[in-house]
Design a protein around this ligand. Structure first.
Ligand code: MUC
Ligand code: MG
Length: 369
């Protein structure tokens, strides 16, 4: 039986300012959910977003309020081992709030997998890989600093895929920034860009042409999420892969984007999808439509990152890798033992459930009062 649900906010400084076209992050607010069950088992989930309300319609504070006030009371007393039934109830009664639903589903599935003594991936159909390639985002806003940071990552053998955040400056300045980094790092690394919707279609045509010619191999969400027609035209026009990110708010969007040929690649995110099972459905739509897969992040801490890793470990196609580096951008760890990043890969935890242990004392100290 589900006995209690607690929502915890934790403000963690980032290792450096992280500049996106929609926000500059100096801290990340982790939204953690703890579900306690009558059999003594507990599960954890995460609903972290980026930049308050700059990135999406749910803020850390709204997620906490909505879980505490509207979602938790619907779940208390329900059978904790019937996760699908619990989520069906929540999805029927609660509108929107994809991040909140994701955290709840993650916590319930974590608890159930612990109960069954299996890794979460096995409850999701089974992993086909134990390690995931991990990209790093260069977003200091400074070309020289970004190159030095990338070189350090290569030396540490932590990352060899780099995603650059652009869209704040003029197209010409951004193209010069990206191509300088590509030139400095050479052909052994993959350099990609994320525009976070900042370009008009004309900007995108000019920008993508120059980036494609310079050897950039992935263009993420160049135009507004709702401008699917422009995404379709860009996908048709260029041979460099175009990826949908903000355009994907779950399986229904995935179906529409696929039907309209409005992307070559999907950035699958568990929170944006509204949960782990909907994220699997987004991936299924992609695979049925010949769209490639990429494992995305909302820069979650270790709980959301582990949950994403379990989901992505089940994807048969993961041709563009993942960007599950969230915990590495933060100055504080919430786990007793951090996730393992080694040889350019993240290891998918093997212990039961999410396979991670929260440092409760540390969390008690770090949480927002
Ligand atoms: C996004 O839009 O992809 C993921 C990595 C990163 O640096 O920002 C995020 C959000
Ligand atoms: Mg993105």
């Amino acid at each position: 039986m589900i006995q209690s649900i607690e929502t915890i906010l934790v403000d963690v400084p980032t290792i450096r300012p992280h500049k996106l076209s929609v926000a500059t992050m100096n801290t990340q607010t982790l939204v953690l959910v703890r579900v306690r069950c009558a059999d003594g088992i507990e599960g954890w989930g995460e609903a972290t977003t980026i930049g308050g309300l700059n990135y999406g319609g749910e803020s850390p504070e709204s997620i906490k309020t909505n879980i505490d006030t509207h979602i938790a009371p619907l779940l208390i007393g329900m059978d904790a081992s019937q996760v699908a039934k619990a989520m069906m109830k929540i999805r029927k009664i609660i509108q929107d709030n994809r991040f909140a639903k994701c955290a709840i589903e993650t916590a319930l599935l974590d608890a159930q997998a612990r109960r069954l003594n299996i890794p979460l991936s096995e409850l999701l159909g089974g992993r086909v890989r134990d390690t995931l390639p991990v990209a790093w985002t260069l977003a200091s806003g400074d070309t020289v600093k970004d190159i030095a940071e990338a070189e350090k990552m290569l030396e540490l053998r932590r990352h060899r895929i780099f995603k650059l955040k652009i869209g704040l400056r003029s197209v010409a300045d951004d193209v010069a920034h990206v191509l300088a980094i590509k030139k400095a790092l050479g052909d052994q690394v993959s350099v990609r860009v994320d525009v976070n919707q900042a370009w008009s279609e004309m900007d995108a045509v000019n920008g993508i042409a120059a980036l494609e010619a310079g050897g950039i191999d992935l263009i993420e969400q160049p135009v507004r999420a709702e401008n699917m027609a422009a995404m379709a035209r860009l996908t048709q026009r260029f041979s460099v892969a175009i990826m949908a990110d903000e355009a994907l708010h779950g399986p229904q969007d995935a179906y529409q984007v696929a039907m309209q040929n409005a992307a070559d690649v999907f950035a699958v995110k568990i929170t944006q999808s509204g949960g782990l099972i909907p994220a699997l459905q987004v991936a299924t739509v992609a695979q049925l439509s010949g769209v490639s897969l990429y494992g995305g992040t909302m820069l979650e801490g270790a709980v959301g990152t582990a949950a994403s890793a379990h989901v992505f470990s089940t994807f048969t196609d993961l041709s563009f890798g993942t960007e599950l580096f969230g915990p590495l951008l933060l100055t504080e760890e919430v786990l007793r033992e951090p996730l393992v990043y080694k040889d350019f890969m993240l290891e998918v935890p093997k212990k039961p459930g999410l396979g991670v242990e929260i440092d409760l004392e540390k969390l008690q100290f770090m949480r927002r009062q």
